[in-house]
Ligand binder design. Sequence first.
Ligand code: FAD
Length: 286
Amino acid sequence: MTPPDISLEFFPPKSLEASFRLWDTVQKLAPLEPRFVSVTYGAGGTTRELTRDAVKTIHRHSGLRTAAHLTCVNATREETLDIARGFWDVGVHDIVALRGDPPKGEDRFTPTDGGFANSCELIEALKAERDFTVRVGAYPDIHPDAGSMDADVTYLKRKFDAGADEALTQFFFDADAFFRFRDACVAAGIDKPIVPGIFPVENWKGARRFAEGCGTRIPDDVAARFDAAEADGSSEAFARDFCIDLCERLIAGGADKLHFYTLNKPELTQDVCKALGVTRSDRMVA
Ligand code: FAD
């Protein structure tokens, strides 16, 4: 099995302690030689400065190719493009361009006055502004706002037609869901990479909550196995084995890139990548 190329996702730290934890994670995972690492943008646009600082710091001090997430929420077009230009000027040329989730307490995305109405507008404007590499979100279990997989695939095609270079998927628990989605994308004429998003589950209850929030389906047998592992105290080993198995299925089915949602914790991602042969264990930082 050829080891996949990986990328890593972090979230911006909100305290000094969290900053140290993130930096420790970056250092421990850097030897995996990720294609790029990315930093999320808080729901509702809440972490604008924190995201900017984290992106610039990681870019400057780690030597890793670093991508900034940007959303259309709570900002005018000019404010958003100003942030993007700021990234370009310091050498950050990768953006994960998203419509974004609504702020807490709101259940629908509403464009800001003078802001981008959807992710396609954001992608087009970024590409017109500078030669950014633009990645976008994709949803193997179908986005909650999409009426059907066909509608979701059609919308993803519009994002590629608007200039996106690559899609990173929401996390999922069923490799077949990814393959069905990927095949539907190919049938719709999408020829750009669609990279599976991998969520190493450190905390099963938290993972269930995330899945519910973003429309990720948890097959009954998978939920039962995670529940059983939690009940008998083997959840860590089970989560690792489950994640390795999911990745191996994806690789066997043709996925040559994986995007890891690290939640700023290195251990599980490190273990899974080691099992996949992503890097020699002697290069890992203990
Ligand atoms: P879009 O692709 O623009 O829309 C989502 C779906 O809604 C589409 O697939 C389509 O089916 C439907 N839809 C939307 N508009 C239309 C329309 N006009 N006509 C028809 N159908 C439509 N959120 C954050 O707040 N910050 C982050 O940093 C962040 N990072 C993410 C990273 C990844 C890899 C992924 C997959 C998601 C991330 N999210 C983040 C979550 C994301 O913001 C939400 O899933 C949001 O609800 C959709 O954003 P999007 O850009 O994928 O939406």
